[in-house]
Write a protein that binds this ligand. Structure first.
Ligand code: SF4
Ligand code: SF4
Length: 145
């Protein structure tokens, strides 16, 4: 009798285990095949800053006022521009970000009245040297076209 009870209990636990295995096997997958697949970041995620495109002109929204450069406590930003004939205000010629010094404090984004910079959603940055983290944001915006 003890043998039969043991056999029944063993068989039962085998099927319980199999049931759990099958249930987990058919469950929707919650992981992704990174780096081939990536997930969209949350709206409040702060990656390095990037320039915002002006929907009308297609170029950067930046008016080269230099407020972000002044506001940055870490001195990460270098902005430059030039006057061009027939164009009102300055045209942006350089927007360099030294991301090695950036603390993602957001002072630059807050100081930009035209809303010409915003946080990117880049989270998988990798590079062989510090120089790889000094970004030409104007070039990056042009390459995004
Ligand atoms: S987030 Fe802060 S530290 Fe980074 S560039 Fe902007 S102002 Fe500078
Ligand atoms: S504060 Fe805004 S508009 Fe002014 S230079 Fe910086 S990004 Fe351009």
């Amino acid at each position: 009798m003890a043998y039969l009870t043991e056999l029944f209990s063993g068989t039962k636990s085998l099927f319980v285990g199999l049931g759990i295995t099958i249930k987990e096997f058919v469950k929707p997958v919650v992981t992704v095949q990174y780096p081939r697949e990536t997930i969209p970041m949350t709206p409040r995620y702060r990656g390095h800053i990037e320039l915002v495109r002006d929907p009308e002109s297609g170029g950067p929204k930046c008016i080269v006022c230099g407020m972000c450069q002044k506001a940055c406590p870490s001195g990460c930003i270098t902005v430059d521009g030039e006057k061009r004939e027939g164009v009102k205000g300055k045209v942006l010629t350089l927007y360099r970000l030294d991301f090695t010094k950036c603390s993602l404090c957001g002072m630059c984004v807050e100081s930009c009245k035209p809303g010409a910079i915003d946080f990117s959603k880049d989270y998988n940055l990798a590079g062989p040297s510090r120089a790889a983290y000094v970004f030409d944001l104007l070039k990056r915006l042009e390459e995004k076209r």
